[in-house]
Design a protein. Structure first.
Length: 364
């Protein structure tokens, strides 16, 4: 973990290489002495603040969308115990070690605004694994969720959409681009857009930047109707590879209820407002100090902790493991930073997960 005692700002060797507006933003961040490290990242420094907008796919007011679905009965409001006292530190991968591989799968949404589908598919994979005691430990397909649950695809969606889709029709399995990532290949529908450079602080990100050859312009592939040629075994049949849950979809808001929901059933999907200073995040506990609003972004809550007396959430992003703190970031907890505590979504801890074909046949 990074020490909170010092703030570091490392300007590039040649100031002329950095967009003047970004230079001003970095200088402004440094003057505020925040709890996190800012950096002008390679292949990003030449762009003005706000370049992350194509990746920020939560459209509209996600809080209002959740409330509407609670009012209609599609989502149930999670009610935690009034006397609940959370531990100072909690990490889902440590609490549910049999599902640590799933929980630690940091994916890459490419140059596509389908963060809402990635965070949903990731959290659903985690909660399915935990609910079945790792009997069903496999990645659910962001390709299926992004391009089949919504006509917008890369154009954006809501954090409630993946859960409605998975509960209604199920999602097939699918890993990262060309079978990369901890699960490898052999699943039904891997993500088809290649990895992109997301301005990670390590400087060793091997992927091309957005807009460069190899990183596609934003676009939405067609909804898959069959499995990839690399799919094997039980994952080779699109209709038979759908996984779903029977039970409630829940939403919690506020620090204590979100903590309880995570402790009971694992990671959950959430969203927050991204400001342009987040583009320069390189580690530490993020809180907004500079720049204007860039858009809404969906991510996955995996746990929380305390560092130097400052409470934080541990959050998995979908900008590949080279970004942030090995694909994660920490953000202040307890003050609803960027609206991140306004409403999380996930299947109930007691939901029953199985193949959709078994549910349709009345077997489960």
């Amino acid at each position: 973990m990074l020490s909170l005692a010092t703030f570091s700002y490392a300007p590039p060797a040649k100031t002329a290489e950095v967009h003047p507006d970004r230079v001003k933003q970095l200088e402004d961040i440094a003057s505020k002495k925040p709890l996190w490290t800012a950096k002008a990242h390679p292949r990003f420094a030449t762009q003005a603040p706000g370049a992350s907008k194509p990746l920020l796919g939560v459209t509209g007011d996600w809080k209002a969308d959740i409330e509407e679905k609670i009012a209609s009965g599609e989502i149930h409001r999670y009610q935690g115990k009034a006397n609940f006292v959370a531990p100072d530190d909690f990490d889902s991968a440590e609490a549910f070690p049999a599902c640590a591989k799933t929980i630690g799968d940091i994916r890459d949404q490419s140059n596509c605004g389908c963060c809402w589908a990635f965070a949903g598919a990731e959290a659903a994979s985690d909660r399915m694994c935990i609910a079945t005691n790792a009997t069903l430990q496999m990645p659910l397909s962001a390709q299926d969720v992004c391009f089949c649950s919504s006509f917008n695809g890369c154009g954006g969606g809501q954090i409630s959409t993946p859960w409605s889709y998975i509960a209604r029709t199920g999602a097939v399995t699918g890993g990262q681009y060309q079978g990369s990532g901890p699960f490898g290949s052999g699943f039904c529908s891997d993500f088809t857009l290649p990895h992109c450079h997301h301005h990670g602080p390590q400087g060793s990100d091997p992927y091309p930047a957005e807009g460069d050859p190899g990183c596609p312009s934003e676009r939405s592939p067609q909804c898959p109707k069959s499995c990839d040629s690399s799919a094997a075994g039980s994952h080779a049949s699109f209709s038979d590879d759908k996984y779903t849950f029977s039970g409630r979809t829940q939403s919690a808001s506020g620090e204590a209820d979100i903590q309880q929901m995570i402790m009971e059933g694992g990671p959950v999907e959430t969203a927050f407002t991204v400001y342009t200073d987040f583009e320069d995040y390189a580690g530490g506990i993020y809180h907004h100090v500079s720049g204007g609003m860039a858009g809404g972004h969906a991510v996955k809550f995996v746990g929380w902790g305390v560092d130097g007396g400052v409470k934080y959430w541990k959050v998995a992003n979908s900008w590949n493991p080279y970004w942030g703190e090995s694909g994660y970031f920490r953000i202040q907890r307890g003050n609803n930073e960027g609206g991140i505590e306004s409403g999380v979504v996930g299947s109930a801890a007691d939901a029953t997960w199985s193949k959709a074909s078994l549910v349709g046949a009345g077997i489960v």
